[in-house]
Design a protein around this ligand. Structure first.
Ligand SMILES: Nc1ncnc2c1ncn2[C@@H]1O[C@H](COP(=O)(O)OP(=O)(O)OP(=O)(O)O)[C@@H](O)[C@H]1O
Ligand SMILES: [Mg+2]
Length: 338
C-alpha cells in the first residue's frame, strides 16, 4: 500500500484563479453574484473539504471547477491545462480523463441498470461495450454490490445507489473527484461507509477530492477544510474543524490580490467595520488597531447580533439564523443588539 504523502506532489491537479460567477435574472430580484474573486489550488492526491453556510456558493464553485458551468470570469486549470480556454472535443476529453462528479442525489440514469450506469462513462470514452461491461462488473464487485448489477436505480437503497454513483465516478480513473454533499441524503452509518470508501481511494490510489461536507465526516478524511462565505474563501481549518464553532480552528486567508475577508463573527468580535491603523507590519505578521474616533460607533462590550432585517431589500429574517438574504442574496450584517 502506498502512503498518501508519497502520492501528494506539488503539481496542482485542480486550480482556480480569481473566479467570479453572476447568475443573471430578468426578474425584479436581479442578479446574484455567487462567486467573488475566488482562488483555490488542490494538489494531486490531496483531500480538501469545503464548509460554509447555505447560499455561500459551494455548489456553484464545484460546477465551475468541474466544467459543468462556465464561470463569468476567471480561469480553471485541470492538470495544468486552462479549461476555460479550450472547447469542444478537447474539453470533453480533458474532463473525462481528469475529473468526476458525485452529487447528493440524482447521479444515476434511471433507465439503465447498475452495471450499465457504471459502464456508460467508458462507452462515452470510446471503450467497446463488452470490455466496458466487464470493467463495470469488476467495479461493482469491488464496491460490494456485485449482486445488484441488473437492478434499476429506483430499486436500489440510498447507500447502494451512492456506491453505483461512486463506481460511475471512478471507472474512468479520474485524478480528482468533486463531491457535493455526497452523503447528505444517506443515514449516518451508510454515510460513514461512503466516506471510508473515499478515504481508502484517497490514501491508497491517490485520488484527490474536493468535497462539500459536514464536520463529523471531515475529520476522518480531509487534511484541511476551506471556509466559504459569500462567494470567497475566507479561512482555512485543519482536520480538527468543528462546523458548529468555526472560530475555534480558523486561519485567515489573504489572496494574491491582497484581499483579506473576515467572517462576520470575527468582524463582530473586532467591534464592526471601520478604519484601522497599521501598528506593525513585517514579514509574516501584522498588527492593526482601530482608529480612535471610529470606536464611538460601537462601544466595547456591545453585543453584536445578526441584523433582524435585510438592509438591501428589507426582508424580515424573523427567527431565522440565515446569513444570506433569501430574497436578494445580500450578506446579513451584524448590528449592535438594541
Ligand atoms: N441557477 C441559479 N440562478 C440564480 N441564482 C442561483 C442559481 N443557483 C444558485 N443561485 C444563487 O447563488 C448563490 C450560491 O448558490 P449555491 O447553490 O452555490 O450555494 P450553496 O453554498 O451550494 O448552498 P447550499 O448549502 O444551500 O447547497 C445563492 O445565493 C443562490 O441563491
Ligand atoms: Mg449546494
Amino acid at each position: 500500500m502506498k502512503e498518501r504523502d508519497q502520492l501528494i506532489d506539488n503539481t496542482p491537479v485542480l486550480e482556480a484563479k480569481n473566479l467570479y460567477h453572476v447568475y443573471t435574472s430578468n426578474e425584479e430580484d436581479g442578479n446574484v453574484v455567487a462567486l467573488r474573486g475566488l482562488s483555490v489550488s488542490i494538489k494531486a492526491g490531496e483531500a480538501v473539504a469545503v464548509v460554509g453556510p447555505s447560499g455561500s456558493g459551494k455548489s456553484t464553485l464545484l460546477k465551475a471547477l468541474g466544467g459543468l458551468m462556465k464561470p463569468s470570469a476567471g480561469s480553471v486549470y485541470l492538470n495544468g491545462q486552462n479549461m476555460t480556454r479550450i472547447t469542444g472535443a478537447d474539453l470533453v476529453r480533458l474532463r473525462q480523463e481528469t475529473v468526476s462528479f458525485i452529487f447528493q442525489e440524482g447521479n444515476l440514469l434511471p433507465d439503465l441498470n447498475a452495471l450499465d450506469n457504471i459502464a456508460q462513462p467508458l462507452r462515452h470514452a470510446g471503450v467497446r461495450a463488452k470490455e466496458a461491461r466487464k470493467r463495470a462488473m469488476e467495479m461493482l464487485e469491488s464496491l460490494g454490490i456485485g449482486d445488484r448489477a441488473s437492478s434499476l436505480p429506483p430499486t436500489l437503497s440510498g447507500g447502494e445507489a451512492q456506491r453505483v454513483a461512486i463506481g460511475r465516478a471512478l471507472i474512468t480513473n479520474p485524478k480528482v473527484i468533486l463531491a457535493d454533499e455526497p452523503t447528505g441524503a444517506l443515514d449516518p452509518i451508510t454515510g460513514r461507509r461512503i466516506i471510508d470508501l473515499f478515504r481508502e481511494l484517497n490514501e491508497e490510489s491517490g485520488v484527490a477530492f474536493l468535497i462539500v461536507t459536514h464536520s463529523r465526516e471531515i475529520s476522518s478524511f480531509a487534511s484541511r477544510a476551506l471556509e466559504l462565505r459569500d462567494g470567497r474563501f475566507v479561512a482555512q481549518h485543519g482536520n480538527d474543524v468543528d462546523d458548529l464553532d468555526l472560530a475555534a480552528t480558523r486561519e485567515l486567508l489573504i489572496d494574491d490580490t491582497g484581499t483579506l475577508s473576515m467572517p462576520p463573527d470575527m468582524l463582530a468580535t473586532l467591534g464592526g467595520p471601520g478604519r484601522f491603523e497599521i501598528q506593525d507590519i513585517e514579514r509574516d505578521s501584522i498588527r492593526i488597531e482601530r482608529v480612535d474616533e471610529e470606536r464611538l460607533e460601537i462601544d466595547e462590550g456591545t453585543t453584536m447580533v445578526l441584523a433582524p432585517a435585510c438592509p438591501a431589500c428589507a426582508h424580515d429574517y424573523g427567527e431565522s439564523s440565515e446569513e444570506q438574504c433569501p430574497s436578494c442574496g445580500s450578506t446579513r450584517p451584524m448590528v449592535p443588539a438594541s
